[in-house]
Design a binder for this molecule. Structure first.
Ligand code: ZN
Length: 214
């Protein structure tokens, strides 16, 4: 099978064979300039990678719902964004970081929800960053600040996490948001309402705006 695509402007492309799902993803990328101030939004998990599951609710779906709203809010405020997946696609962790780097993005924000087995009393937000990035730490801090102040989430702190591929592999300031605990009795009820997810998205978008200064 041959597919030919003609583009009227300069593009770069990535070809990634996803060995674990046996398909090949070709991504055409228009590289951002620094002044484009591109924010990459990364909805955690997707496809066969479901994330945490509680009472039939999949983390991957909560993440996507919140992330799409974050994108919508940022775009409505004139911020350039790229979202790693806009549907239930599987995207590998290295691929996520690779695409963000290929895009020449300025910031990277991954959106997840937390879970703690056999502990329903822990609720709240936390945000991870890589210890090598002081900008990543600052980004994590402003996002958590919005989630706790605007949304009233219990403050579970910003934390170093050097093992996460999307934090380790991204060349730009990055943060991984754990919006709420799917395992938490209070948080789970909140996460199941569209209103909470929309407010969480607004808090994250406001945090990003605080950081990028517009
Ligand atoms: Zn997750």
């Amino acid at each position: 099978n041959i597919i030919t695509i003609h583009m009227a402007e300069p593009m770069v492309h990535t070809v990634i064979y996803r060995y674990d799902v046996n398909n090949t993803a070709i991504t055409l990328v228009k590289q951002a300039k620094k002044e484009d101030r591109l924010v990459v939004i990364d909805p955690g998990h997707g496809g066969k990678e479901v994330g945490a599951v509680y009472n039939g609710v999949y983390e991957k779906n909560l993440n996507l719902d919140i992330a799409l709203t974050v994108q919508e809010i940022l775009e409505s405020r004139g911020i350039n964004t790229y979202i790693i997946r806009e549907d239930d696609s599987y995207v590998g962790l290295y691929e996520r970081a690779y695409i963000a780097n290929a895009l020449n993005a300025s910031w990277f924000v991954s959106i997840h929800n937390n879970a703690l087995e056999n502990n329903s009393s822990v609720n709240g937000s936390m945000v991870f960053y890589h210890s090598a990035s002081t900008q990543g730490k600052a980004l994590a801090s402003v996002i958590l600040n919005r989630l706790t102040k605007d949304l009233g989430m219990p403050d579970r702190g910003i934390r170093v996490q050097n093992e996460y591929i999307v934090l380790q592999g991204t060349a730009m300031p990055s943060a991984l948001v754990e919006v709420a605990f799917m395992s938490g009795d209070i948080d789970f009820t909140l996460l199941c309402t569209a209103q909470f997810r929309a407010k969480a998205a607004e808090a994250i978008a406001n945090g990003i705006m605080d950081f990028i200064g517009r």
